[in-house]
Design a protein around this ligand. Structure first.
Ligand SMILES: Cc1cc2nc3c(=O)[nH]c(=O)nc-3n(C[C@H](O)[C@H](O)[C@H](O)COP(=O)(O)O)c2cc1C
Length: 168
């Protein structure tokens, strides 16, 4: 059985989580960026990582998901929102559904916060107050907290979850 840890990451957050997960995977595991894999045939288990873009997987991840069929998949993701928010739950459910619709089985999941690109934060700050993404005190606080993630605790939590999958 050959395993794959594959990730899509624009600013490095999801890549760091992928690298942490890779460290606890069995010997027969490859670590790749989404652009590097064209065929998933040789893999049985895929740990799939992406960042949340407008409530679902980012565009590069969406393209890769289309090519993954009949695999055991564990999804991991990073996002700006809190990991226990409804937005995080809904985003993860959307991604899992994409895999399930492609005849894959979901065997695990992990989500944590990731630093939001400061350019996006600045853009939000310039929006009028009545815009749905306008920055308010709560959002400024959330972006500040996101800026501290992923951290060592997130890496340890991700590793624990993925280790458990192979101890079953
Ligand atoms: C264009 C854009 C859209 C985003 N959309 C969302 C979103 O819908 N929900 C959310 O919680 N975070 C959102 N984020 C924040 C990212 O998901 C988060 O910063 C993530 O950790 C980035 O991962 P990366 O460093 O691997 O690229 C968005 C970021 C960008 C740049």
């Amino acid at each position: 059985m050959k395993h794959l840890v594959i990730y899509s990451s624009e600013t490095g957050n999801t890549k760091k989580v992928a690298e942490a997960i890779y460290k606890v995977m069995p010997d027969e595991t490859d670590l790749c960026n989404v652009g590097e894999v064209s065929s998933f045939d040789k893999y049985d288990f895929i740990a799939f990582g992406c960042w949340i873009d407008r409530g679902t997987a980012d565009k590069k991840a969406l393209v890769a998901i289309e090519n993954i069929k009949n695999k055991k998949v564990a999804v991991f993701a990073t996002l700006g929102a809190y990991p226990d928010s409804q937005h995080a739950v809904d985003s993860m459910e959307r991604i899992k559904k994409l895999f399930i619709d492609n005849e894959n089985s979901i065997v695990g999941e992990f989500i944590c916060q990731g630093k939001v690109d400061p350019r996006l934060t600045e853009k939000f700050k310039s929006l009028p107050a009545d815009h749905p993404h306008a920055m308010n005190e709560e959002r400024i606080k959330r972006h500040k907290i996101a800026a501290m993630h992923p951290n060592d605790e997130d890496f340890a939590n991700a590793q624990r979850k993925f280790k458990e999958l192979f101890e079953k």
